[in-house]
Design a protein around this ligand. Structure first.
Ligand code: BEZ
Ligand code: FE
Length: 642
């Protein structure tokens, strides 16, 4: 059971795009009729929109907010407020404007409506840090907390990318430290994890498109959640370091957060491994501290204190300051440890993080992928990289053992050893795993006006014997005679002449000629050419269902999973015509066996057709005793341009 204390802060949040329109109503809701607007000269358009929305409620404006909320500036603003007899404050801008609003509220107890334009989150905290005579004084009071926050995503669309990154990481820091805070509780935990996933999702999207409204909404939503965490629970080492570096060495606030966070996390990680695991999961990385570092680096954010202008000689002093007053942190702090941490941050070193199998695997995968980087052919690079990623994921998610991988290699070895000009075990493997049909589906079946394709199979032989129209391609083999009358048309229904049509099929027992060395072949395979009417006609025998060769590793696999090896009865066609795309397909005998469990997943409804039973006279006058079958079919083939 978890013991915790949770206090919620009474702040009202209006979130969305175009929410600036609600500002006047929100001010009225707080009983205001004479508002002082704290605007931002850096945001002229946004400030103008707030001005317009407030209309005659606006009685005074002040646009001089400054970093670290100097009291002199607050006093100037207070004069403006008093002279105008304002009864409420509306503030638009980043942390400085929010800070000034809070400072005025502390002095006047007037209600505030704040419209934040960055991700610092201070708008939902009851904390104010002011500077007086160059010294920063921080205090907390309920009157400091803005009554209403209006988050308008539209106002963040133009926040420059570098500020977006550092301000976003500032928010990330609130969420991270909330999770290992001594006051952590289930509510802030959920808010923090939600904030972390949103930040990890949004920041990379914003580097691609800084005005992506969904990503901006995610980030602003995260800033609110993370700010709420900051308001509710105490922060630790990271915030202490940042305040020290900001206060004593004048380093910029959000940039300092961005550099320090991975190092503070790496330092605390051994004390809170479970928290780091949850943060890593929320970030979608194997290791949280190095994941944050990598995220910042990939976004082009600052990674070293040296680049922020901190002199190296100040590190020892900063380390002393960081441990000079005690504060809650999950791991004990010493000046030596802090000096080491700050030295790493000063150099911009990537935190290593604890060695983990996942991190090792991720590195290995990336090493292998990087080894393809110089492949001159981009497609080769893509296919090999993705194949390696999928294979590594496969072995990792299934915890594949040495013995299992050796078995897989032996299986593939046996598959290869069985291949010969008349036996293609790899094709069988691809077919029985459905890969051939998947490739076929993706590459060939995309035009609704053409006949669907189907797998080639391993029994096609290049250059089959030419056959005359009306001839019998069965070579006299036993079986129910089949008369095929086939038309080839384009998608417009017009006959296609000079089409080369290869047909092939198995015999009555289910064997292709290439499987029967004693047979005098080729037989049951032929090439016919269409005339102007687009037709070919020939005699053959009715194809029957047959097992694919199952005396090799593929058959073994089918047996192991209790699958049968049968193909539904079918006739193969390969059609090549000038100006048209090649069509490789099969026609399946309606009513035949295994139509719904074809072992190579090759049956498509549109290809199941009548091989209609007939008796009596045949189309070409051939004498047939008893039943014969008739296949009438029109193939529609695609023009090359498609
Ligand atoms: C065939 O229809 O010839 C076939 C297709 C895939 C695997 C085995 C045979
Ligand atoms: Fe076949």
């Amino acid at each position: 059971m978890r013991t915790f204390v949770y206090t919620s802060r009474p702040s009202r949040v209006v979130f969305g795009a175009g929410t600036v329109r609600r500002v006047r109503d929100e001010a009225e809701r707080l009983g205001c009729s004479r508002v002082l607007l704290l605007s931002s000269p850096a945001l002229p358009e946004a400030s103008a929109r707030v001005r317009r929305t407030l209309g005659d409620m606006l009685v005074a404006e002040f646009d001089g907010a400054a970093m670290h909320t100097p009291v002199e500036v607050t006093e100037q603003a207070l004069d403006v407020l008093t002279q105008a007899s304002a009864d409420g404050i509306v503030a638009i801008g980043g942390g400085s404007t929010t800070g000034l609003s809070k400072a005025l509220a502390l002095r006047t107890d007037l209600p505030q409506v704040v419209l934040p334009t960055t991700y610092a989150g201070s708008e939902v905290t009851p904390v104010l840090g002011e500077t007086r005579d160059g010294r920063k004084v921080t205090q907390s009071s309920p009157s400091i907390l803005p009554e209403t926050v209006v988050y308008d995503v539209d106002f963040t669309l133009t926040l420059p990318l570098p500020m977006t990154v550092t301000s976003g990481v500032n928010a990330l820091a609130h969420a991270v430290e909330a999770l290992y805070s001594s006051d952590a509780n289930p509510v802030t935990d959920q808010q923090a994890l939600d904030a972390i996933s949103r930040i990890a999702r949004a920041l990379p999207r914003l580097t691609a498109d800084p005005a992506d409204p969904e990503a901006r909404a995610d980030l602003l939503h995260a800033a609110w959640l993370a700010g709420t965490c900051l308001a509710t629970v105490g922060m630790g080492l990271h915030h202490k370091l940042c305040h020290t570096l900001g206060g004593s060495f004048d380093l910029p606030h959000a940039e300092t957060h961005t550099v320090v966070l991975p190092h503070a996390m790496a330092y605390n990680a051994p004390a809170v491994p479970g928290v780091m695991r949850r943060i890593a999961d929320a970030l979608g990385v194997p290791d949280a501290p190095s994941g944050v570092y990598d995220l910042v680096a990939s976004l082009g954010g600052p990674t070293s204190l040296r680049d922020l202008g901190l002199p190296e000689w100040s590190l020892a002093h900063a380390a002393e300051l960081a441990v000079s007053t005690p504060y809650p942190n999950p791991r004990k702090l010493t000046a030596e440890d802090m000096a080491e941490l700050l030295t790493d941050a000063w150099h911009g070193r990537r935190p290593e993080g604890p060695p983990s199998t996942e991190a090792g695997l991720a590195r290995l995968t990336e090493q292998v992928v990087a080894s393809f980087a110089r492949a001159p052919e981009p497609r080769v690079r893509t296919l090999l990289s993705d194949l390696v990623r999928h294979l590594h994921t496969f072995v990792a998610t299934n915890d594949v053992t040495d013995a299992e991988w050796q078995y897989a290699i032996d299986f593939l070895t046996r598959t290869g050893q069985l291949c010969s000009p008349t036996r293609q075990e790899f094709v069988l493997l691809s077919d029985t795993l459905g890969v051939s049909s998947a490739v076929d589906l993706l590459t060939n079946s995309r035009t609704p006006t053409t006949t669907p394709s189907a797998v080639l199979g391993p029994f096609y032989v290049e250059g089959p014997p030419e056959a005359a129209h009306g001839s019998d391609i069965s070579g006299g083999l036993p079986g129910i005679p089949l008369w095929a009358d086939v038309r080839i048309t384009g998608t417009d229904g017009e006959p296609v002449k000079d089409a080369v049509v290869d047909v092939w099929q198995s015999n009555k027992e289910g064997f292709y000629d290439v499987q029967l060395p004693d047979l005098d072949g080729p037989v049951l395979r032929a090439r016919l050419r269409t005339h102007a009417d687009g037709r070919i006609r020939f005699w053959s025998i009715l194809p029957s269902e047959y097992p694919i060769p199952d005396d090799g590793p593929v058959g073994h696999m089918l047996g192991a999973v209790e699958r049968h090896p049968y193909r539904a009865p079918h006739l193969h066609f390969m059609i090549d015509a000038p100006g048209h795309r090649r069509l490789v397909t099969q026609l399946f005998v309606s009513g035949g066996a295994y139509l719904d469990s074809d072992t190579v997943f090759g049956v498509k409804d549109e290809l199941v057709v009548d091989f209609a039973p007939q008796t009596g006279p045949t189309p070409d006058g051939r004498q047939v005793e008893g039943q014969w079958r008739r296949l009438d079919y029109t193939f529609r083939i695609a023009p090359l341009a498609d």
